[in-house]
Design a protein around this ligand. Structure first.
Ligand code: RTP
Ligand code: MG
Length: 148
C-alpha cells in the first residue's frame, strides 16, 4: 500500500492543531504507520528542502521549520500521496479551498501549517529522512475491509 510523509509544521503545533489534523486523516480512512514530535536540525531542514535552495524564500523557510517542534507522520492508503495533498490544499492558504487544511486554518504561505510529499519519489526520500524502519509499524485495522 502507498505511503506518504506528512508533517505538521511549527505553526500547527503551536496553534494546537495536531489533533484536528490527525483526525482528518484518520476519519478519511488512512492508516497511521508512524508518528513523532521532534525538532528539525538545520542539516535536516536543508536536506528536506534542498530543492528550494537558492530561492528567495529558502532562508526564511529553513528558519521557520527549525523554529519549534514539528509532528512528523507516515500515512498509508490507496493514493495517499495525492489524497493528502488534496486534503492540505494549495500551498498559499489564501488560494486553498475551504474544507482543506490550509483553506480552513491558514492565512499565509510562510505559515501554511502542513507539509506532504509531492510524488512517490519524494515520499520514499522523505520517509527515509525522518523515520528509521523500526519506527514504522505494519498492522491491520479492523475497518480496512469497509474502505476498499
Ligand atoms: P511543502 O513542501 O511545505 O509541503 O509545501 P508545498 O509542496 O505546497 O510547496 P513548495 O513549493 O514545496 O514550497 C515549500 C514551502 O516553502 C514556502 N514557500 N514560500 N513564495 C513564497 O514565499 C513561498 N513559496 C513557497 C511554503 O511554506 C511552502 O510550503
Ligand atoms: Mg513541497
Amino acid at each position: 500500500m502507498e505511503k506518504t510523509f506528512v508533517m505538521i509544521k511549527p505553526d500547527g503545533v503551536q496553534r494546537g492543531l495536531i489533533g484536528e489534523i490527525v483526525a482528518r486523516f484518520e476519519t478519511k480512512g488512512y492508516k497511521l504507520a508512524g508518528a513523532k514530535l521532534m525538532n528539525i536540525s538545520n542539516t535536516l531542514a536543508s536536506v528536506h528542502y534542498g530543492e528550494h535552495e537558492g530561492k528567495p524564500f529558502y532562508p526564511g523557510l529553513v528558519k521557520f521549520i527549525t523554529s519549534g517542534p514539528v509532528f512528523a507522520m507516515v500515512w498509508e492508503g490507496e493514493n495517499v500521496i495525492a489524497g493528502a495533498r488534496q486534503m492540505m490544499g494549495k500551498t498559499n492558504p489564501q488560494e486553498a479551498l475551504p474544507s482543506t487544511i490550509r483553506g480552513d486554518f491558514g492565512l499565509s504561505v510562510g505559515k501554511n501549517l502542513i507539509h506532504g510529499s509531492d510524488s512517490p519519489e519524494s515520499a520514499v526520500r522523505e520517509i527515509g529522512l525522518f523515520f528509521n524502519d523500526s519506527e514504522l509499524v505494519d498492522y491491520q485495522k479492523v475497518n480496512e475491509k469497509w474502505l476498499y
